[in-house]
Design a protein around this ligand. Sequence first.
Ligand code: ZN
Length: 351
Amino acid sequence: MPLVKTLDILKDCEELKYAVGAFNINGLDQPAALVKRAQELRSPILMVVPGVIEKYVNFEDYVNVTARAARDADVPVGIHLSHGLDLEQFERACKAGFTSVMYDGSKFPFEENVANTRIAVEIGHKYGCAVEGELGALGSSFASVSESMTDPAMAREFVEKTGVDILAVAIGNAHGFYKGTPSLDFKRLEEIRYALMAKNCYLTLHGGTGIPEDHIKRSIEMGIVKICIYTEMCHVGKRNAIKYVEDNPEYTGNYDIPDLIGAIDLGFADAAEESMRWFMSVGKIGRGDSCFAELQAPSVNRQPVSASFGGAGAAVAETSTVVTDPGPRYPSLPAENNDFRATGAFWNKNV
Ligand SMILES: [Zn+2]
């Protein structure tokens, strides 16, 4: 299926009490590996492109390979820019066709963060992209937990003034590996949630690696609908790479590089799978109460999922006797191109 709007995925998360995994990708090979695993698990998924890796691959290529992987599957897939470096880069991502974009102004004083993020929202909505902002400083040094957590009253003011659709909160989470077991400030999360009640803004947690499963699940129960994971994926990918070289003494590093990359991608997918289970997103597609339930309702004309995506969806597609396809409850994006930069009607939170 085509890429879908990130907000449609988050809406489903909120209604069914799960979080979508937002998984960083590095190269152009990883979207296929991750989407294939999401397909097998019947889980929505977000591909995340951090702003810092634009120097390696341009945004259009990331969108194209992700859209291609999504078309080979029938679970909802979105692509998200994380930690956009500046407004120019932010707009490049919008133009390229990302389904959501993050402008990270958390390094600026509050008023400057508000002013820049408000501009980002205007740009993003013009292109039909959901916009994420960040308030409070996440630890970023593979060690420290934030000393500047999100203030609930400021979060309310930030959302009111900027109109962001998604807010990244700092409640004791941090990027990289934690020094000890992290402890999330649930009281603060509850206060943020209360402060943003009726603000039509979703909450996301960055720095998911290392947060205990019970903390993850409790945060989801309290309103987190998107969780970012990267460090753990890198760790498992690296472990796989080392094991591959050790297990293959004939490895030359020449023509067998693709096998090594494949081992890394497998590690990324394995780490993502564990996260999807913790985030309770596994098996959500095809449920009658999901807004994506109809994805699993095949019609006579529907093609079976390809053998390489032979998960539960494939079995259903080939054996079901259902012959009517009610069509998507939430309109998805055009399949044949990535021009889902949209008309005015496209951007409608009430869709
Ligand atoms: Zn982050």
